[in-house]
Ligand binder design. Structure first.
Ligand code: ADP
Length: 349
């Protein structure tokens, strides 16, 4: 209200008119009517002059600047508020716009800084991860070239070790590709009604050998009469289950078990993968979904794995609008669980 152009113009016009009339009244023998008429003329002309100057020269320019800010905001942040303050004083509006714009820019700068730190850490981690298998394979191949090739005692063993390192490198690169595709959102989830018990059975088949090497029993309760069907990307969910069950086998106890449970109500099915292994310390629980994060660096590396399994798992579940939960107490095993939207049985293909 205070800075409305009309209000400002009235105040200034009155001041000018009072000053002019006072001067006029100081001239000897000036009739009162003349002083009054001078006051009226000065007040009216000053009001008109000041009002139009403010309205057309200053406020119009400010409105133009506001319009530019509106455009910038819409372009940059897409979710610009539609100006509910359309009739607001342009000065106040401009102030609001500048504050909002500066806040948004500040947030953008902070996000960029965080991303820059993340990018640097990622490059450092990735170089480290790539270096390990490359150096190992390089070492074996050079040793073979330097003469070990003719030594029947070691040549097969060194070749196998070099091949194993390169297989690890291949696995790492494949996982990185999958992760980056998931993160950029370039992979579309092809969701279809999928029988989860069947999917678990397929994963068990694939991991049977690995489990029996550590004497780990794979368990799941299945009611053949009652398939549990969820709307998921079958291939991607296979990968999720494979990662979690394989982790249970790798990091769980020898002679232990990995159990998959499916609990469903009308709308949802909760999938849990439980092992009876050493569990995950509380301070690591939040971080194990980060790329390359390992609880016990050297021991985990010995067990193979790119360190990307849980990061990929999290991304796939994100794309299914699901969130992975972990319950684990050191010494008492771990349970990873997530919820999926069910599909009615009659929609089974
Ligand atoms: P990787 O692909 O190397 O297995 P993941 O991303 O799948 O890596 O897992 C990250 C880390 O989390 C592992 O290195 C391991 O230290 C820990 N971890 C994952 N699952 C389990 C589990 N069931 N029990 C104990 N530790 C686990």
């Amino acid at each position: 209200m205070l800075l409305q152009p009309r209000f400002v113009a009235i105040i200034l016009a009155l001041l000018i008119a009072i000053a002019t009339a006072s001067f006029c009244s100081m001239i000897p023998a000036t009739p009162k009517e003349t002083v009054f008429i001078t006051f009226l003329v000065a007040a009216t002309s000053s009001f008109l002059l000041i009002y139009f100057t403010i309205e057309f020269l200053i406020f119009k320019e400010l409105s133009k600047i506001n319009a530019v800010f509106e455009k910038l905001k819409k372009k940059d942040f897409k979710k610009a508020r539609l100006s509910s303050e359309f009739n607001m004083n342009p000065m106040k509006k401009l102030n609001n716009e500048i504050t909002l714009f500066a806040t948004l820019k500040q947030k953008e700068i902070e996000d960029l800084k965080k991303m820059e730190i993340y990018r640097r850490e990622f490059i450092a981690d990735m170089s480290h991860e790539l270096k390990t298998p490359i150096f190992a394979a390089q070492g074996y191949i050079h040793t073979l070239m330097d003469g070990a090739l003719d030594d029947p005692e070691v040549n097969q063993r060194f070749l196998k070790k070099a091949a194993k390192s390169l297989d690890g490198l291949d696995e790492l690169v494949q996982d990185l590709l999958v992760l980056s595709e998931l993160e950029t959102g370039s992979v579309k989830m092809k969701k279809e009604p999928t029988d989860l018990h069947l999917l678990v059975a397929e994963v068990f088949d694939q991991l049977e050998k690995k489990a029996s090497k550590r004497n780990v029993v794979l368990l799941s309760e299945r009611n053949v009469e009652k398939p549990v069907v969820a709307e998921v990307d079958k291939g991607k969910l296979f990968q999720v289950l494979r990662n979690l069950i394989e982790n249970g086998i790798k990091y769980g106890n020898e002679d232990g078990f990995v159990k998959v449970t499916l609990e469903s109500d009308k709308e949802w099915v909760e999938v849990s993968v439980t092992d009876d292994g050493p569990g995950i310390p509380e301070e690591d629980q939040k971080r194990i979904f980060e790329r390359f994060y390992r609880v016990e660096k050297s021991r985990s590396k010995d067990k193979g794995g790119s360190g990307l399994g849980l990061a990929i798992t999290k991304q796939i579940l994100d794309a299914h609008k699901s969130k992975i939960q972990l319950i684990s107490k050191p010494g008492n095993g771990s349970t990873f669980s997530f919820r999926l939207l069910k599909k009615k049985q009659e929609k089974l293909p």
